[in-house]
Design a binder for this molecule. Structure first.
Ligand SMILES: [Zn+2]
Length: 445
């Protein structure tokens, strides 16, 4: 983080103007938009009206931003329960786009956009890419999946809106990604961080040194990733690896992004109102304390969401950012309450395991957590790839590394895990969101 201060990009894109609205004006704008969106949700969506009536609330009761805390939450199951179109506030003839996410269980969730919604989303993505220092002089390879997933089209519209040259390559076909990156003089890539780690590795095998390419920016998101992965990526290439934040329910990517300082994500507060709550009680968290991020869409027409619980754990960063944006920042999200697993009564997040592993020299950012149950007792095995140098070393070196990793995991996670060191390329690579956890406890009981 420290060295990034010296290479701050100052080029300004007109779409970024709202990033710098003086705070009092921003609060006024938010209140007007909040009142409008609550009114729209109440008038057009039966679920929201019923819940507000249960609380004896009318849209006119929103007189200040603080009144938002009186509104009921919306949760992911509300989207499933009203499948497919029950939360829409616009008739289908005004809806120009549908996206859907499969999730892991049950029905998909469906999200809708009017033409205005697509414009707002595009604007947020232009602001995201501009914050990374990109412009119409860049060639952007978009390796997010195109389709019902919002990642591909979200970045595509943003990059075109910026006036950049877009390569809509979508995910997969790794060798072709590398050939095009090299031959087309690509300067920025958009994909999941785990897929980019895979691209670096494959490029090396093909004899392409990423440090020799003009590639200078990575727009990474769609999965939690740690500072250790950022360090790995930035040390293997010449790019600055930026985090972006979003979720389909709210708009897709483009809810928030890092700036040149790479310290916290600015939320596009003129369109998305953030709160952080205690996930147990639902009460507003003490300023600066960690909790669950809750978002209200301030501008959404087709599918407004009031106080949507994201399941993402973060906190607000205090103070103003040196970039001059007035938008509040949240800490990058390394934990989703959905990803948490409980082992022997201890809450564990895959990102904690990642941090513990990658802080020990000799490991590669490819790992898998396997949970099993033996004689009624939960077991955690962590498989992690080690560098070829370490792997070809004498057994003594491996044993020592293994012992250090067991200790590191115990320190960070509080669990004594089994660590299995594996050769490079043993663990399956992902072309989208990485799979870090296999839970076989119900199969092995
Ligand atoms: Zn900033």
């Amino acid at each position: 983080m420290a060295e990034s201060h010296s290479v701050v990009e100052t080029r300004f894109h007109p779409a970024s103007a709202p990033d710098y609205i003086p705070a009092p004006l921003l609060r006024d704008l938010q209140l007007k938009r909040l009142q409008a969106v609550v009114g729209r949700a109440y008038d057009k969506v039966a679920v929201f009206r019923a819940r507000m009536e249960e609380r004896g609330m009318k849209p006119e009761d929103i007189r200040s931003l603080g009144d938002i805390a009186r509104l009921p939450f919306t949760v992911k199951s509300d989207l499933r329960d009203t499948y497919p179109f029950g939360l829409f506030a616009s008739p289908l003839h005004e809806v120009v786009r549908l996206h859907a996410s499969s999730g892991t269980t049950g029905k998909p969730i469906v999200v809708a956009y009017t033409k205005d919604d697509v414009d707002v989303w595009t604007n947020a993505m232009v602001r995201t890419l501009a914050a990374y220092g990109l412009s119409n002089r860049d060639t952007i390879q978009n390796a997010y999946g195109y389709g019902l997933f919002t990642g591909g089209l979200g970045f595509h519209y943003g990059a075109e809106g910026l006036g950049a040259t877009v390569i809509p390559i979508s995910g997969g076909n790794t060798d072709r990604q590398i050939m095009i990156m090299r031959d087309f003089g690509v300067t920025a890539i958009c994909c999941t961080p785990s897929y980019f780690v895979h691209l670096i590795e494959r490029a090396g095998e093909l004899g392409v040194d990423m440090r020799e390419l003009p590639l200078r920016v990575g727009a990474f998101g769609a999965e939690p990733w740690s500072e250790s992965i950022r360090r790995h990526i930035e040390s293997q290439t010449r790019i600055k690896a930026y985090d972006c934040y979003g979720l389909s329910e709210i708009t897709g990517p483009g809810v928030g992004c890092e700036c040149a300082f790479q310290y916290g994500l600015h939320i596009f507060e003129d369109h998305f109102y953030p709160e952080i709550i205690d996930p147990e009680t639902g009460e507003t968290a003490v300023e600066g304390e960690e909790g669950e991020l809750v978002l209200t869409t301030l501008s959404k027409r087709a599918m407004p969401l009031l106080r949507y619980r994201t399941r993402d754990i973060t906190s607000f960063l205090p103070g103003e950012c040196a970039c001059g944006r007035t938008l509040r920042r949240i800490h990058r999200i390394t934990r989703r309450s959905d990803d948490m697993f409980i082992i022997r009564g201890v809450n564990v997040f895959p990102s904690q395991v990642e941090t513990a592993l990658l802080n020990v020299e000799g490991t590669l950012p490819h790992y898998l957590i396997v949970l099993t149950r033996e004689k009624g007792l939960d077991q955690m095995e962590v498989q992690v790839e080690v560098t070829p140098e370490v792997f070809s070393d004498k057994i003594g070196g491996l044993e020592e590394l293994q012992a250090r990793l067991v200790h590191a995991l115990d320190q960070v996670v509080g669990i004594r895990a089994q660590v299995r060191l594996v050769e490079p390329h043993t663990i399956q690579r992902s072309e989208g969101k990485a799979k870090r956890l296999v839970d076989r406890r119900n199969l092995t009981e």
